[in-house]
Write a protein that binds this ligand. Structure first.
Ligand code: PLP
Length: 434
């Protein structure tokens, strides 16, 4: 797509910058790590996005994870249109939220769930509940894990924080993070040592089930199980953040690939993205005994005007209903094929890289010789190589996450045409990265 016009996107970006900080409503969208004009999208259909200048792209961002079925899936659109025509919000209990909660409980380790509107709300509330349940304040998190923009959890977080090189953020008082212990990911000895020193005061460990916000850094075999064991030895809880991996890495989430097989479950778990089907819906859930501490059943307060919104829960429920075991088998095959195409092209161009995966999710680690197991390793990436690759792919009609620290997402709609567009673009982009 040489000579792509971005005139309208550029004009909208100018207008946006006058009325919104940085011209965006979420930082990574501004393309700061890769340069160039952020594309203002107008339409999505299956694996494709079309921008306001009429350029088409094969989409490997999938709205940062939610679009498991591809854009504008007819069944989701139909269900949403019917739900909208019955009213957009009641602020009362309604059947779709019960059905969505049942679908989540049915396929995950959670015995009960509370629906909220964003992943940030889910992790923030799970943290409060863990502290309320244990009567303790300290929390263990891992460098490079992103749990939304929760004050206490932004220290050494991944996603936009690492993309922009912000060490935590101004506006979070020191006393708010004073109880946050940040440890290196995949380091069981560091967790043991922290518990040996502070075990009595630690409410919980929170971890991404498989981190996807420092690039994809899968847990080493047994790491999540060790977290569960260590937490329980000290009367603390394990919160598994499956906002990104839930209903995405595998049908129930990453837990399907470790805890379910190994016979353990997190005490609390958070979900978002896929379960909202492209609408603002998220959840936290877990063991009944803990969840029953939540208001109005128990004393730990949590609430939301739009929580369990009938349109959002209908979109999420329809998505989960269509997400059959066969769909995940196909998604995994597509994911493998994309990884193979990318890796072969990079190898052919002499670009050093690693492809790292958890279930259907994966990312490319640029310029590293060995598997990356923690945040320090992920930060050694050659981000300039990625930026050159990204820009070339974008010019050729392939839309990638605009940061080397983000996961690629495929959808059930990524077909032969989508993959051949990718394959055709790869040699030029790989040469640009070399
Ligand atoms: N937790 C994880 C693992 C995430 O990847 C994200 C978002 O990317 C969040 C929490 C926050 O979710 P949201 O952006 O919906 O607030």
């Amino acid at each position: 797509m040489g000579g792509v016009s971005t005139e309208r996107s550029a004009a909208l970006f100018d207008r946006a910058r006058r009325v919104s900080p940085g011209g965006v409503n979420s930082p990574v969208r501004a393309f700061k790590a890769v340069g160039g004009t952020p594309r203002f999208m107008e339409q999505g259909e299956g694996a494709w996005l079309t921008d306001v200048d009429g350029n088409r792209y094969v989409d490997f961002v999938g709205s940062w994870g939610p679009m498991l079925l591809g854009h504008a899936h007819p069944a989701v659109i139909d269900a949403v249109q019917q739900a909208v025509s019955r009213g957009t919000s009641f602020g009362t209990p309604a059947e779709p939220e019960v059905r969505l909660a049942e679908a989540i409980v049915d396929r995950t380790s959670a015995e009960e769930v509370r629906l909220v509107s964003s992943g940030t709300e889910a992790t923030m509330s799970a943290l409060r509940l863990a502290r309320g349940f244990t009567g303790r304040d300290r929390v263990v998190k891992f460098a490079g894990c992103y749990h939304g923009h929760v004050d206490a959890l932004l220290a050494e977080a991944g996603s936009g924080i690492v993309t922009l090189g912000i060490p935590g953020t101004p506006g979070v008082p020191a006393h708010v993070t004073a109880d946050t212990i940040v440890l290196p990911y995949n380091d069981v000895a560091a967790v043991e040592a922290a518990f040996a020193e502070y075990g009595q005061d630690i409410a919980c460990i929170i971890t991404e089930a498989a981190p996807g916000n420092m690039g994809l850094v899968p847990p080493l075999p047994g790491f999540n199980a060790a977290l569960s064991r260590i937490a329980h030895e000290h009367g603390a809880l394990l919160i598994s953040d499956e906002v990104m991996t839930g209903f995405r890495a595998a049908r129930s989430g990453h837990w399907e690939l470790d805890g379910k097989v190994e016979g353990w479950a997190p005490d609390l778990v958070t979900f978002g993205k896929v379960m909202g089907g492209g609408f603002p819906a998220a959840a936290f859930g877990g063991r009944r005994e803990i969840m029953e501490q939540l208001a109005p059943a128990g004393p730990v307060y949590q609430a939301g005007t739009l929580s369990g919104n009938p349109v959002a829960t209908t979109a999420g429920l329809t998505t989960l209903e269509l997400a059959t075991p066969e769909l995940y088998e196909n998604l995994l095959a597509t994911s493998h094929e994309v990884r193979r195409l990318v890796s072969d092209a990079l190898t052919a161009a002499g670009v050093t890289h690693q492809i790292q995966a958890a279930g259907t999710m994966f990312s490319v680690m640029w310029g590293v010789e060995d598997a990356v197991t923690d945040f320090a390793g992920a930060q050694r990436q050659d981000t300039a190589a990625f930026a050159a690759f990204f820009t070339s792919m974008l010019d050729q009609g392939v839309y990638l996450p605009p940061s080397a620290f983000e996961t690629w997402f495929v959808s059930a709609a990524h077909d032969e045409e989508a993959l051949s567009t990718l394959a055709a673009a790869l040699p030029t982009a790989a040469a640009a990265a070399a």
